[in-house]
Design a protein around this ligand. Structure first.
Ligand code: DGT
Ligand code: CA
Length: 571
């Protein structure tokens, strides 16, 4: 159990006691203890295990409760206390701006005991007449409810990256800021993000915090302390800021990047070496003398490991690999020589092939694959065989005008519900490369969907299965597939699987990518761009590839155009 979780439980206890009109000093003791726990630089687990639980404001009674939480993961007193009030009241208090006083008032006067009842009452204007409620409260409650509804869904990595960048740009302008970087799940490039963590080094934390909390995109300040603050920005995204001294940069970055599971393993290693690690540095346990902290490389070195890239820090084998000096040499954006999935105006893209090619060339690529939709996909302007032949002629013409860049002819061919393809072989064989994908019948049984895709892979012209799982993050779940069968067929037929870089897709995901690498399947990156600026989605796909432990050699995009064509023609 983390410090924060224990602090949250103490806060909830204080809230319940307050609703029950319990002794004011008792309520305050729990609140104060919660705050002190959050400010601790060491984990309570460690303090309890080492019998050093002398936290300010935590007396014998509360220390016993902490011990119970740490050792059993629960607290009997809290479980019993919760039963004494309607369960919905605790949920009501998670709405920003609603504390125990308001909750009690709403319950006593209007019998409101759930967020849904509260929402109805606020919409029916039943709150504004309540004596003791401030004028704007009703409106704030509705806004707050909206916020918690939205926050339940995690935001897309692409959204988080652009919000984080805006904030970093603003903070970096300050003279008092030395380093300003993103940490947490954004730095690890997880596909979805709960909140954005920013780390700044400065000797003037208060100035940094003041500027941060008054940035124009800030909508609400949740907390503002000397070195820690937390805000809600436009888009209802939570951003947490942590400011430390420059000497602690590496230690703080390592701590705040996580994941929690990775951090725990690193701390265990430190302990075995007689060291302890917190946000401020690595210290000798006995003397409390600092031995590292300025850089992350230093921190890893003190625990006997080489540097581990943030995308790998999930405790899924990276610690063992680092100890054996067997970490992968992760692919980087500059290794990418091509975008293998691009649409043009010929189907549902917005630009001509020539303009898309110019933009792809400007990205530094050597070739690109034009893969407009096939005839059945009428909503996406799918091409008839006749139109596709015209497109092939156009691409041949365009290729003559390019130096050092090549457009490859392709199509994103629909895999029909029986696994047959939307174009006949005689047109497929005219293409340099063939992409195939499922666009309908997502509700079919697992065997059927798996069968459809494996049948498509058996076609000798099909080179890449694109967005293999068909999911749209936060909108549509992946359809059911027997992935082991898909992988086996991919290896047997020399068909690649795509990592689709479109922000909502990121399909394959990191876990399936890692498994595909283990099986030795070929992988490709495609942005699925329908407009010029979408070519930048490549960065997201590379992030998924890195989280899936991929090296240059695992991705078709890192080959030259000749090597790429050689490889796929082996099919
Ligand atoms: P998220 O926000 O859910 O997308 O994921 P994270 O990984 O950004 O998680 P978050 O924001 O709760 O915390 C940021 C990092 O701080 C996390 O990756 C690990 C570290 N961390 C937070 N609390 C604790 C703690 O109590 N103990 C340890 N060892 N690490 C913690
Ligand atoms: Ca976070």
């Amino acid at each position: 159990m983390m410090n924060k979780e224990i602090a949250d439980i103490f806060r909830q206890i204080a809230d319940i006691l307050e609703i029950k009109d319990e002794n004011f000093f008792r309520v305050r003791a729990y609140r104060k203890a919660a705050q002190n726990i959050e400010n601790l630089t060491e984990d309570l687990i460690v303090l309890v295990n080492e019998k050093r639980l002398d936290v300010p404001g935590v007396g014998v009674d509360l220390a016993g409760k902490i011990e119970e939480l740490v050792t059993t993961g629960a607290l009997k007193f809290f479980e019993e206390l919760k039963k004494t009030i309607p369960p919905g009241l605790l949920e009501i208090m998670t709405i920003p701006g609603i504390g125990p006083k308001t909750t009690k008032l709403l319950f006593d006067k209007l019998k409101i005991d759930s967020v849904s009842k509260l929402e109805i009452a606020a919409r029916e204007d039943k709150l504004s007449s309540l004596p003791g409620l401030k004028e704007k409260t009703q409106e704030n409650i509705l806004q707050g409810i909206e916020l918690i509804k939205q926050r339940q869904g995690r935001i897309l990595l692409s959204t988080a990256l652009s919000v984080a960048q805006k904030i970093l740009d603003a903070l970096k302008k300050l003279k008092v800021v030395e380093e300003a970087v993103v940490a947490g799940s954004v730095r690890r490039r997880k596909e979805t993000i709960h909140d954005i963590d920013i780390l700044v080094t400065s000797t003037k934390p208060q100035t940094v915090t003041d500027v941060f909390t008054s940035l124009p995109i800030v909508k609400k300040i949740l907390a503002k302390g000397d070195t820690k603050s937390s805000v809600i920005v436009e888009g209802d995204i939570q951003v947490d800021l942590r400011v430390v001294g420059p000497e602690s940069f590496g230690a703080a970055l390592n701590y705040l990047t996580g994941s929690k599971a990775h951090n725990i393993r690193i701390r265990e290693l430190a302990k075995k070496k007689g060291l302890k690690i917190n946000e401020y540095g690595v210290f000798r346990e006995k003397t409390n003398r600092i031995v590292a902290g300025k850089t992350e490389h230093e921190v890893y070195k003190t625990v006997g490991l080489c540097y581990i890239e943030p995308e790998l820090r999930e405790d899924t084998g990276e610690i063992e690999a680092a100890a054996d000096n067997a970490l992968p040499q992760l692919v980087v954006l500059t290794d990418i020589k091509s975008d293998l999935h691009i649409h043009s105006r010929w189907s549902d893209g917005t630009l001509s092939i020539a303009d898309m090619a110019k933009a792809a060339k400007a990205q530094g690529y050597k070739y690109m694959v034009v893969s407009d939709h096939s005839q059945s996909l009428k909503v996406a302007g799918g091409l008839t065989p006749k139109r596709l032949k015209e497109q092939i002629d156009e691409i041949k013409r365009l290729n003559r005008s390019f130096k050092d860049f090549r457009i490859l002819c392709s199509a994103e061919v629909d895999i029909k519900s029986d696994g047959s393809l939307d174009f006949d072989d005689d047109i497929l064989k005219e293409l340099d490369v063939v992409l195939a994908a499922v666009h309908s019948g997502f509700k079919q049984a697992k065997e059927q969907l798996t069968g459809r895709i494996t049948r498509a892979m058996q076609n000798k012209y099909v080179n890449i299965i694109v967005h293999p799982f068909g999911r749209l993050i936060n909108e549509r779940p992946a359809y059911e597939l027997d992935f082991e069968k898909i992988l086996q067929a991919a290896c047997d037929t020399n068909t690649a699987l795509e990592i689709n870089c479109y922000p909502k897709r990121l399909d394959l995901d990191d876990i399936h990518v890692k498994r595909a690498k283990e099986k030795g399947a070929m992988l490709s990156l495609g942005t699925d761009s329908h407009a010029q600026e979408q070519l930048d989605f490549m960065e997201l796909g590379v992030a998924v590839a890195r989280r899936g432990w991929l090296e240059k050699k695992n991705l078709l995009n890192c080959l030259s155009s000749d090597e790429f064509l050689d490889k796929i023609r082996k099919k």
